[in-house]
Design a binder for this molecule. Sequence first.
Ligand code: FES
Ligand SMILES: [Fe+2]
Length: 407
Amino acid sequence: MTLTPTAPATPEAPFQAPATTTNGSGNTVTSGPLDGRPVGRAMIPARAYTGQAEFDAEQQSIFSSGWVWAGFAHWVANPGDVKPLTVGGSPLLMIRGEDGELRVFHNSCRHRGMALTEEPIQVTQRIQCAYHCWSYHLDGSLAVAPYFKRERRTNPDKDIQAQLSLLPVVSEVWAGMVFVNLAADPSDPDRRSLADLVAPLQQRWSHIDFDRIHLAQERDFDIDANWKLVVENFLDWYHLPFIHPQVGSVAASLDIDDVVMERDIVGGCYPRGAAGKAKKTEQQLPWLGDVPEAMLERQDIFCVFPNALLFLEADWFQVIGFDPIAPDHTVEHMAIFVDRAAANEDFGPAIKRLCEVLYEVNEQDMPILHKLQTGRRSPGSDRTYLVPQWDQVTAFFQQRVAEKAGY
Ligand code: FES
Ligand SMILES: [Fe+2]
C-alpha cells in the first residue's frame, strides 16, 4: 500500500540547451531568461523570500513534487541505523536494512501515526514504536503488534498485517547522497529515476567511481536566510572576488564559464587554475578517478534543483544539501569527500587544510545572506536587476522556481 502520489502527470517538453557566446575574457556566457527582460523587473517577487504562505506552498510545489536531496548515505552507514529527516514538511525515516539496502519511509506508525523516532538511533533487527509497542522489520514490514486482539500472543491476521508496513518513499542513492521523490508512486515502474535526472552530471563525471569516495569531514551551518538566496548566492560568480579573496586574483576568480545542462542542473565551471588551489593545500591528494587532462585544473559548481549544490575538483568533491526550515531560516549540511586512497594519516594535514578553506569560504557568505534576507523586506526588492552578462544561471534557477511555485 502506498500514499496517493500528488505529482502532475503531464511530462515536460525536452529541454532546449541555451545558446552561448564567448566573451572578451574567453569565458562562456549563456543566453537565458534575462534576454530582453526590462530593467528593474525581478523574476521572483520579494514576498517569495519572506512570506510564510509562500514558504508553505513551496514545500508542496517544489519540495514534494519531484526528486529532492534528502541527506547523505553515510548518515545510516550500518544495518540498523535509523535517521529521521524532514522533506517538504513531511517527517521521514532513513533506515539501513539488514540486507545493506538504504530505504526511506514516512515516519508515522501505522497504528496511531506516532513518529517512530525524532533522533538518530541504532536498532537491532526491528524498530519499535514507543506508544503501543508495534515493531517493524528494517524493510518496513510490520513484525509484531502485541495484544492486537486484546489477548496475549495475538497478532493481526496475515492479510491485515501485510497492509500495515511502514509507508515507503521513493528514494535513490547517488554519489553518496540520498534523494527522495515524495510525488512518485513506489509501485510505478515507469516513474522518472534519479539516474535519468542526474545523467548529464554522471556523464560529465564518468571518470569517477563514486563508490570510492570517502567522507573527509562534514559540518552543518545555520543560515538566517531563505533557501532560494542560498542557491542564488552559490550561482553568483560575480561576488567571488569581492567576498572570497582565497579564490585568487580578481581575474582568476572571474574566470568562470556558465554551464546550463538541464532545467534542474545549472551551474558553472572554472576551467583553469582550480580556483584558489594554492590556498587549499600544498599537498596533492589522490585524484578522484582517472581524471581527464582537460579536467585536472577544473572546478565544477552545480545546483541539482532544488536543494543540492555540488562542487568537484580533481581531488575533492563537496556537497551542500539543505533543509528549508522557515522563510528566513535554512540549514546547510556540508560534506567534503576525497578518494579512499586519501583516507590515511599521510593526507591528514592536507585534508584538514582543504576543509578549513571550504568552511572559511562558506562562513564569508553568512553576513551576505543575512543582509540579502533583510533587503528582501524592502519593496525595492521587487525592482532588482539581474545582469544578463552575469546572472543568467541564477535566472534559470529562478525561472524553475517560478514555474513550479506559480510565481
Ligand atoms: S501508535 Fe505506534 S503502536 Fe500505537
Ligand atoms: Fe560566496
